[in-house]
Design a protein around this ligand. Structure first.
Ligand SMILES: Nc1ncnc2c1ncn2[C@@H]1O[C@H](COP(=O)(O)OP(=O)(O)OP(=O)(O)O)[C@@H](O)[C@H]1O
Length: 354
């Protein structure tokens, strides 16, 4: 199911800034999208408006090209699982899964036998056969979340909205359940929007990232797009560890402010700039500068290192095989950096030659 959000606005009384501040987003049928961003960015709010659980003050939501934002949640064909969307404790697993079907209006409701067959099919799909008669308190956290998913899928939605569904699970289970979720998404031909705080989770399962900030979409794209060509220092910082170097562009050369950091050529206009770079992209050039490099312990072919600049240290991650022979007399090559001036990119790093 494709999702089109046009200029969505959700205000809140007493708040200076809208919760959703003119959000527009297009999600093609079959996509797996991760909604990421700091706490309070509006991720849950966006999901709830799409699901029809919260009202909006402007804009439109189209599902498969049909305007849906004036229609009640039950008519939208959307399944959702929220972290705190607990199972009904007094119902068996089978009754929990059957719930959405058993409350359908009589004319749409399948027969009891059909509901039982659907429940069995879903429990098999979730790798939970034989647990239909159990109660939620008999299940592990991972099993409970799979029951919640089965319940969300019972009515055959084609859009699945997941708000931190695995937040409470331990990391090992999280990893296996998200692999399984991605396979389920592909198998059922779903469109999935997942809100997650877990970076690795987003990169692992989603083919498209939407990064929100202050009720707006800051940037969207593949993870590699956000990393390679962040539209702001905020995106660069959100996507991982980075080091920041200030300097000046003059005659096509970035001249860093700090001694020991090497100048590099770039096609940008003259003026002050900041260079942002990932630790693994910084290359120490032996005998090219005055810095001392202190190595950490090698792990998985990589060695963490620290370069001492005049007023601070900078962390690097180096391929162990390429560690410079000398640990002093080093200059930092930061030519793979993304460059910004007053928060706006002046050169986007697609410099595969680095
Ligand atoms: N009904 C409401 N009334 C007033 N403010 C609200 C309401 N619902 C949400 N907010 C505020 O809107 C902002 C966005 O909240 P939301 O839960 O959507 O963010 P989020 O990105 O999902 O955050 P988190 O990652 O912490 O879950 C927050 O500042 C929140 O306090």
């Amino acid at each position: 199911m494709s999702v089109r959000i046009l200029d969505l606005l959700r205000a809140a009384p007493g708040r200076a800034r809208p919760i959703l501040d003119h959000v527009s987003l297009d999600i093609p049928d079959g996509a797996f999208v991760a909604l990421i961003g700091p706490s309070g960015a509006g991720k849950t709010s966006l999901l709830r408006v799409i699901a029809g659980l919260d009202a909006h003050d402007g804009g439109q939501v189209f599902l498969d090209g049909m305007r849906m934002d004036q229609r009640p949640a039950r008519e939208r064909g959307v399944g959702f699982v929220f972290q705190n969307y607990a199972l009904f404790r007094h119902m068996t697993v089978a009754d929990n899964v059957a719930f959405g079907l058993s409350v359908l209006p009589r004319r749409q409701r399948p027969t009891r036998a059909a509901i039982a067959a659907r429940v069995e099919e879903l429990l098999a799909l979730m790798h939970l056969p034989d647990l239909g008669g159990a109660y939620p308190h008999n299940l592990s956290g991972g099993q409970r979340q799979r029951v919640a998913l089965a319940r969300a899928l019972a009515t055959g939605p084609r859009l699945l909205l997941l708000d931190e569904p695995f937040g409470a699970l331990d990391p090992m289970i999280r990893k296996s359940i998200r692999t399984w979720l991605r396979a389920l998404h592909d198998q059922l031909g779903l469109t999935t929007i997942l809100v997650t705080h877990d970076h690795e989770e987003a990169l692992d399962v989603a083919d498209h990232l939407v990064l929100m900030r202050d009720g707006r979409i800051e940037q969207e794209g593949r993870a590699s797009d956000l990393d390679r060509a962040p539209c702001s220092p905020f995106v660069m910082a959100f996507m991982g560890d980075m080091a920041r170097f200030t300097g000046t562009v003059c005659d096509g050369l970035f001249q860093p402010d700090e001694a020991g950091v090497l100048p590099f050529a770039l096609p940008a206009s003259d003026g002050a700039a900041e260079a942002l770079i990932r630790p693994h992209e910084i290359v120490p050039r032996a005998e090219a500068g005055p810095l001392a490099l202190v190595h950490g312990v090698a792990r998985g072919g990589l060695t963490p290192a620290t370069a001492r600049l005049a007023d601070r240290t900078v962390d690097l991650v180096l391929p162990t095989a390429l560690l410079p022979a000398a640990s002093s007399g080093v200059g930092l090559d930061i030519s793979a950096a993304r460059l910004f001036r007053e928060g706006v990119p002046i050169l986007l790093a697609d410099r595969s030659d680095h």
